[in-house]
Design a protein around this ligand. Structure first.
Ligand SMILES: C[S@@+](CC[C@H](N)C(=O)[O-])C[C@H]1O[C@@H](n2cnc3c(N)ncnc32)[C@H](O)[C@@H]1O
Length: 304
């Protein structure tokens, strides 16, 4: 029977993503603990606190017995953040799905000594309406944006950047971008255009990413196809464009970590962005993020 905590998603890249975020949370909490009165963790796409991992069955051979498929429950981002030492002063979990919120409420009940807020609804609406009403002068926060797909609106990123107090890890859905931004512009219909503009915060993506290809002619020089505009950016070019867009609102955006790290096609880019423009804050955030991304993860070979 399915339990409230059952939340099966992602693959090996999920493991890596959570390892990177956990390392940053640890470094951040140690470094900023004594500098600010209050450190918050905001999980905008919080899930249930757990994730269900299916481990494939293995055939037996001469030496080993066959191993049946097994299902394990591991910590999701919300539980990982709760375990960080020194502890975050407040944890805010936003989640649209009511059943996931029930699981998060249970997590909250099992930690009565912690200041945990579970918000059921659309993270974009919560962030845009409330994040700049907080007095950030003596507070800092780290936010994790871990959507399934293209749910993060540009206005949400702008609202976060305006706080000048929040660092963000953002799992950007690169595969969503290259699917919506089809190779030929004629295949990008009004719905796709709207999604792209909502995600990238401008309709200039068309001019930036597409260029005209000369119409082809037949052997006698007659035109046999109308002029078409094609996307000139490949996957790496799209990722570089997203980084340039983020740099228009955040003072620091680190080179993203590609996920999965080695297998093609790349499906996600894990971006780190800091919103505090002070040179000291940028230097610290950059050193942490770069160190964690560059070192790769112990058991994973460095990408690129
Ligand atoms: C990939 S899962 C997050 C996993 C989580 N970070 C973890 O490690 O356990 C994405 C979650 O975002 C939720 N979600 C999707 N759209 C949302 C929205 N607009 N606002 C808030 N939550 C949303 C989904 O219900 C789902 O639980």
């Amino acid at each position: 029977m399915k339990s409230l905590n059952d939340h099966e998603f992602g693959g090996q890249h999920t493991e890596i993503k959570l390892e990177i975020v956990e390392k940053y949370l640890k470094a951040y909490s140690i470094a900023l603990r004594h500098k600010f009165n209050s450190l918050w963790y905001i999980d905008a796409f919080a899930g249930t606190g757990s994730r269900t991992v299916r481990i494939e069955a293995k055939d037996g051979d001469l030496f080993d017995e066959p191993v049946p498929e097994r299902v394990e429950s591991r910590r999701g981002s919300a539980k990982i953040a709760l375990d960080i030492e020194p502890k975050f002063d407040r944890l805010i979990f936003m989640e649209r799905k009511p059943a996931h919120c029930t699981a998060l409420e249970m997590l909250k009940s099992s930690h009565p000594d912690r200041d945990i807020h579970v918000l059921n609804g659309d993270a974009n609406a919560f962030i845009q309406a409330n994040i700049n009403r907080v007095n950030w002068s003596s507070r800092r926060a780290i936010m994790f944006l871990d959507p399934y797909g293209m749910e993060v609106a540009w206005e949400t990123l702008q609202a976060i950047a305006r706080t000048k107090a929040i660092d963000v890890w953002f799992l950007f859905p690169l595969s969503g971008l290259y699917r919506q931004a089809a190779r030929n512009i004629s295949a990008v219909d009004a719905t796709k255009r709207k999604v792209l503009t909502n995600m990238l915060g401008t309709d200039e993506w068309e001019a930036e990413l597409y260029s005209s290809v000369p119409p082809s002619t037949d052997l006698l020089g007659a035109l046999d196809a109308p002029e078409e505009r094609q996307r000139n950016a490949d996957v790496a070019g799209l990722e570089a464009y997203v980084k340039r867009r983020l740099e228009t609102i955040f003072p620091l955006v680190a080179d993203p970590f590609p996920l999965p790290p080695q297998r093609k096609p790349q499906r996600f880019s894990l971006f780190f962005a800091a919103s505090n423009p002070s040179p000291k804050a940028i230097d610290l955030a950059n050193r942490f993020a770069r160190h964690i991304i560059d070192a790769g993860i112990s058991s994973h070979v460095r990408p690129r």
